[in-house]
Design a protein around this ligand. Structure first.
Ligand code: ME8
Length: 557
């Protein structure tokens, strides 16, 4: 991971659908990373948003009997509401129907045309309507002429379109990949991309003409810009980056449709908006991490870097393509009606709490190459074993013993804590490496293992037995002081996963300003000192906490 400011993104989500577990999953991963990175002291910008153009949205709107803009407004508001409900710490929420985005898309696509990498041509091939994705004859044959996502038949297509000369970037992409062996994670997914690249690249359409819900192509407004080209640009339009591209003309917005029931802002106003974005956020590019699902990796790992290369912008530093949540062993899909929808998610949160939901998502999810099965019984097992029995119990027993044997105040340690100083430093180093690699399960394990070590230490030294003889008091105090110091450190390592509960823990264990560090817009200014063992001063009040209530197992469905 590089130093300096950090930038992480989620995909922008289609507004033809309501938010579901997949959307909240990817956003949770990014949120944990953003909070951890802020905690480590890097100013972090976390971007999410909605993808609002294209045939799919137009079709859903028609079916619902509303305008596409109305559908987009309603569902984008729902995505925002859910993100607020989930207390995500994103710094911006971009909508592709916002004029600030649309003007920059036109400027950048216009620039590609001027450079000759976008040209007018005829396309014949196969189209996956659900994914809004084109396939060549070879690829369509491989796919048995069916969508790899929905299983529905691909549709034959012939259109005059503007194309992006992707084929011209084959060699540059290959060179870029060999210079950046970690560009795509997990590694197996990167190998798939490289394998497909070796089969050869074909030019891809950047416009469509058979529907109108999109950003007009600059200079030829009967064409609208293909939704994927429009969507990928969000990662740089949110930063006002069109300003950095030499010769990109931020148009007058003359072709912009009227958006969100309001007239398009005047050209000067838009230019000023983009300029302001550029000034404050332009330095954030390249992004550190685009987190996406595996089904949209090709767009992010191939088409997007090639577009950026054409514009002489740097590709992102890394793309992490996770796998899918499945449910009770079966693929979740709208047609099967087994998607874990919002109502179901809200029911879990109402029962177990938001932090427990985040915990399950971030530590048990399909972050690597295999899909993960969501089962209510497993959720309950993980909650009980890790949050109730380990995190909650360890904090509560240490607090309770300090209440009982030390009048509720941090006791003095007259013993030798050197093993714990080392143990905490090692846990922190492991955690840091895991966060940097987006290995959230391993990062969580670093905190959990420290608490396991504290539990084992209590088990082995039995301070509750020693306390029966007042002569052992200095020893009991030392043991409990060492435990409390470690619990505080573990709590900080777990804070990006469990922000509310670990905030409570931090306050209970003597931290004055715990919450300021991991939330939106701020970062810790001295992580090295903050995470050190031994920061709780003697005499500090220590609370007896009840962090995670024990709950009955769910009834079998
Ligand atoms: O693809 N398990 O938007 P989208 C885990 N607008 N994650 C899942 C999932 C599942 N079962 N289902 C969906 C789009 N996701 C485009 C993106 S980006 C420039 C444009 C997550 O609403 C996963 O992150 O279909 C996936 O990539 C994303 O939702 C797709 O969201």
């Amino acid at each position: 991971m590089s130093a300096g400011r950090a930038f992480i993104t989620t995909p922008i989500y289609y507004v033809n659908d309501r938010p579901h577990i997949g959307h909240t999953y990817t956003t949770t991963l990014c949120d944990v990373w953003a909070r951890a990175t802020r905690l480590m002291g890097r100013e972090t910008f976390f971007l999410t948003g909605t993808d609002e153009h294209g045939q799919k949205v137009e079709k859903s709107a028609r079916e619902a009997g509303v305008s596409p803009q109305k559908l987009a407004d309603t569902n984008a508001a729902e995505f925002r509401r859910v993100m607020d409900m989930m207390e995500f710490s994103h710094d911006d929420f971009i909508r592709t129907t916002e004029p600030r985005h649309m003007t920059q898309v036109q400027a950048l696509v216009g620039k590609l045309a001027e450079l000759g990498v976008v040209y007018l041509g005829e396309f014949e091939g196969w189209y996956d309507e659900g994914q809004e994705e084109y396939h060549t004859e070879t690829r369509a044959r491989e796919l048995d002429y069916k969508s790899p996502v929905s299983g529905r038949p691909l549709v034959r297509f012939k259109e005059q379109n503007y194309y992006f000369r992707l084929s011209a970037f084959q060699q540059r992409l290959e060179e870029f990949y060999s210079r950046h062996p970690d560009f795509v994670q997990p590694e197996g997914r990167f190998n798939e991309v490289k394998g497909r690249l070796r089969e050869g690249l074909q030019d891809v359409p950047v416009t469509r003409t058979n529907f109108s819900w999109g950003i007009p192509f600059p200079g030829d407004p009967k064409h609208v810009i293909y939704v994927w080209i429009d969507a990928l640009i969000n990662y740089v339009s949110a930063l006002g980056l069109a300003k950095s591209v030499n010769g990109a003309q931020l148009g007058p917005g003359a072709h912009l449709p009227e958006v969100q029931d309001a007239p398009a802002p005047a050209a000067a106003e838009l230019a000023a908006q983009v300029q302001a974005l550029h000034q404050s956020r332009g330095v954030l590019w390249p992004a550190d991490l685009h987190v996406v699902g595996k089904e949209i990796l090709w767009f992010h790992a191939v088409i997007w870097p090639a577009m950026l290369m054409a514009l002489e912008l740097e590709p992102p530093r890394q793309i992490h393509a996770h796998s899918f949540w499945i449910r009770d062993g079966q693929k979740m899909s709208k047609s099967m009606g087994n998607f874990l929808d919002l109502a179901a998610i809200e029911a879990f949160i109402a029962r177990y709490g938001l932090d427990a939901w985040r915990w399950y998502m971030a530590t048990q999810g399909p972050l690597q190459a295999t899909d993960a099965d969501f089962r209510a019984a497993h959720f309950h097992e993980v909650y009980t074993a890790e949050l109730v029995n380990l995190v909650g119990n360890c904090a509560s027993r240490v607090g309770a013993m300090i209440a009982k044997y030390c009048d509720g105040r941090m006791p003095a340690d007259t013993g030798d804590a050197s093993q714990w100083v080392t143990r905490c430093a090692e846990a922190t180093a492991q955690w840091r490496r895991a966060i940097e690699a987006l290995d959230l399960t391993a990062a969580a394990r670093a905190g959990l293992d420290l608490l396991r070590a504290v539990d084992a230490f209590i088990h082995q030294t039995e301070p509750f037995k020693l306390a029966k003889d007042p002569a052992n008091s200095p020893q009991v105090h030392s043991i409990l002081a060492q435990c409390a110091q470690c619990v505080r450190v573990a709590g900080l390592l777990l804070a990006p996963f469990l922000p509310t509960k670990m905030d409570e823990l931090a306050r209970g264990f003597g931290e004055a300003t715990p919450s300021a560090v991991t939330g939106r817009g701020c970062c810790e200014d001295n992580f090295a000192a903050r995470i050190e063992y031994g920061r709780i001063a003697v005499g500090t009040p220590i609370a007896k906490l009840a962090l995670f209530p024990r709950l009955d197992a769910p009834k079998a469905a």
